[in-house]
Ligand binder design. Structure first.
Ligand code: FAD
Length: 411
């Protein structure tokens, strides 16, 4: 196998389309179904237009097959984007690219080289990668000359306690806490209507949840929420300077308006931290919240912790990957993002969309032929946009072109 791609999200599918164009023998794994993470937040409207969300190789393949595509300026929901672009792309790739759904990659290593051997040497590439794959309850191994890890971060939420560690009791309560963006106005409405919810976080996911809970509170009597954020800023979300995406501007404004003027019975608490949580049966939580230095004991029916995501670095533990000590993303990209961020120091202030690619060299790490691409390449930094991932894919192929693998697939 020339190339193994882990994750059939937007980035992995674009990589597969490029592999197809280059006539590489490629396999695309997804632990769930194609674009499973996009499916999970499918009711949300993307803030970038379709022309930003479709990759060049994917578009070329679909246009070549006469597939009808959304208008460039269309603002689709995640579900629409998946139905009208990502799923047709996966279908067009089959059978030339092997797309394996329900196949979770557990580990990647060199077939016969340990992590500490041949440090940073090109000679590591003499051995293929060995991927341990869990599929239908059984384990298999797959060997490949190059690996793209495009497995995203949405599957690995951060902890909600102080300093990014679990709050006291959070480990036991984890299964009862919602760490993703709930469809509080749709499929999950019953769960949040006429209930009291604690919302934690101050990114765009928390902003979406705050907007939905505020609408629900205005529509259904008894719906209340407390929105707790860490910072002491005047408003929970800091607008991105000169943001070219009007939908993201609207989302930020709307969430800040909710915080400034919450519906009756609701509140926004800046300078707050979750110290302790206990899930009390059959439902409900007892929590200790520290608010501006004072501890408040409180009770909630629901907790939504939209406190970000982090990359799963267990996948490549046995490889020579240089990870950033702050973001857990690959060092080259993290360093370039830090440079781009300048003096502000605020990870959420990053906006590399106007910078185009961060440069192929930022993708390199000591392990030859192994690349972390897409949302995962930004580590804990949530400022990633799909079109950056597509540029990374092109860059990774240009680096691969200078070394192994060569096309092995016939015609
Ligand atoms: C709520 C939300 C809204 C967003 N809105 C926008 C937007 O409007 N515009 C924009 O440009 N970006 C947006 N983003 C950011 C980002 O572009 C998306 O998260 C995008 O889906 C990232 O694509 P990806 O392919 O890198 O990763 P993902 O879409 O996360 O795909 C990763 C895939 O890998 C699979 N996987 C995970 N682990 C394994 C494993 N071990 N083995 C095999 N498969 C595995 C998963 O099942 C998943 O299908 C948004 C993100 C979120 C969370």
């Amino acid at each position: 196998m020339d190339l193994a791609i882990i994750g059939a999200g937007p980035t992995g599918l674009e990589a597969a389309a490029r592999a197809d164009r280059a006539r590489l023998e490629a396999v695309l794994f997804d632990a769930g179904t194609v674009a499973d993470h996009v499916r999970a937040w499918g009711w949300l409207r993307l803030f970038s237009p379709f022309e930003w969300n479709a990759g060049p190789a994917g578009l070329e393949l679909l246009r070549g097959r006469g597939v009808g595509l959304p208008a460039g300026e269309a603002l689709l929901t995640g579900a629409e984007f998946r139905t009208h672009y990502l799923l047709p792309l996966a279908a067009a790739l089959r059978p030339r690219v092997e797309v394996r759904e329900g196949a979770r990659v557990r580990d990647v290593a060199r077939a016969d080289r340990l992590k500490g051997e041949a440090l940073g040497e090109a000679a590591r590439a003499d051995q293929p990668f060995r991927l341990l794959v869990e599929e239908n309850g059984a384990e298999t191994e797959v060997f490949a000359r190059a690996v793209f890890d495009c497995s995203g971060t949405y599957g690995r939420p951060n902890w909600a306690g102080p300093g990014g560690t679990p709050a006291v009791g959070e480990r036991s309560a984890r299964a009862a806490i919602e760490y993703h963006v709930p469809d509080a106005l749709g499929a999950r409405r019953e769960r949040y209507a006429a209930r009291r919810t604690l919302l934690l976080g101050s990114g765009h996911s928390a902003a979406s949840t705050a907007g939905a809970l505020a609408s629900l509170a205005r529509a259904v009597p008894g719906t209340r929420f407390t929105w707790a954020t860490r910072e002491s800023h005047r408003l929970p979300l800091r607008p991105i300077a000169d943001d070219p995406l009007p939908e993201r501007v609207k989302l930020t404004r709307r969430a800040n308006a909710v915080a400034a003027e919450p519906p009756p019975g609701c509140e926004w608490l800046p300078r707050s931290r979750l110290l302790a949580v206990a899930h009390t049966q059959p439902q409900g939580f007892e929590v200790d919240l520290e608010i501006a230095g004072t501890v408040r004991h409180d009770r909630f029916d629901r907790i939504v912790a939209n406190v970000g995501y982090e990359p799963d670095d267990r996948l490549y533990r046995q490889l020579q990957v240089h990870a950033c000590y702050a973001s857990l993303g690959p060092m080259g990209i993290s360093a370039a993002l830090l440079d781009a961020r300048g003096a502000s120091g605020d990870a959420r202030a990053d906006c590399c969309i106007d910078e185009g690619t961060l440069g192929p060299e930022t993708l390199r790490n000591p392990e030859p032929g192994f690349f972390i691409l897409g949302a995962k390449s930004f580590g804990k930094n949530a400022a990633f946009l799909m079109r950056t991932g597509y540029e990374q894919v092109a860059d990774a192929f240009s680096l691969l072109g200078r070394s192994a693998p060569r096309a092995t697939r016939a015609g």
